[in-house]
Design a protein around this ligand. Sequence first.
Ligand SMILES: NC(=O)c1ccc[n+]([C@@H]2O[C@H](COP(=O)([O-])OP(=O)(O)OC[C@H]3O[C@@H](n4cnc5c(N)ncnc54)[C@H](O)[C@@H]3O)[C@@H](O)[C@H]2O)c1
Length: 266
Amino acid sequence: MTNQQSANPSLADLVSLKGRNGVITGAAQGIGAAIAHRLAEAGADLFLIDRDGDQLQRGTRELAGFGGRVRLAVLDLTDSGALQAAADDAVVQLGGIDIWVNNAGISPRVGVLEMTDEQWDAVLDLNLRAAFIGARSAARHMQAAGRGGIIVNMASSTVKRVSANPMHYRVSKQGLVAMTQSLAVELGRHGIRVVAIAPTLVETPWVAKLRACGYGEGFDKFVKRLPIGRIGTPDDVARVVLFAVSDLASFVTGTMLEVDGGEGCA
Ligand SMILES: NC(=O)c1ccc[n+]([C@@H]2O[C@H](COP(=O)([O-])OP(=O)(O)OC[C@H]3O[C@@H](n4cnc5c(N)ncnc54)[C@H](O)[C@@H]3O)[C@@H](O)[C@H]2O)c1
């Protein structure tokens, strides 16, 4: 387990997730699907949640090839009853939860003056409230099982810089960072680590949609200014999530890992 240290584990053992059960939200495409791929490759059994059942089937078809169990749950994460039931179901189907990844998030482009109450609620309900309910459900199961665990919250590099990101999105991601810190402090004594991941711009179906709406030129200018000089890939982020949930990161908690191509120092 993440909180148990053997005297001198091999590198392969440190990276391996064999025998661990992971839940990932928003796993049908983009960053969530890439995380599912890497965790499955590392040997984890997975319970994958998304509201898009067709895409979830398509995006996860190859995961069975890694040999672990893969279970799919189609639900809207803003339905808190359905989300809590899914967490319980993950425990029944896999036999416990060792890893919970709050990945799903939305970022509708809208200015402050035009932003409606409903638009504010939609972003905060998914990006922050559902992440809290998911983390709480997972932590309760982890604490009851007594074998520790790890919770990952998908933040964004925009917590440090506005860039072109809408206010409700930035507020939700800042909230996730605060939640990460508080959960780490409260849950550390149960052997539960909590880590936020902060990617910069990553080429996902969501970004493709924004390109189709005319944001592509701005994105291209933005990534040229990054020290690494290119846009992120979903797998750039998934590799860091794999590190965070593995025993390589056994002493990492309450912090935010920036996967930003150097945006922070540019
Ligand atoms: N792509 C980027 O540039 C970028 C940068 C920083 C952070 N992030 C964050 O990474 C995460 C994933 O982003 P992405 O670009 O891969 O997104 P995406 O839109 O490509 O994929 C998100 C997935 O979440 C699912 N989803 C959305 N709302 C849901 C709901 N209410 N219930 C269940 N499932 C729902 C979608 O069906 C989709 O499969 C988000 O939290 C996002 O804020 C993305």
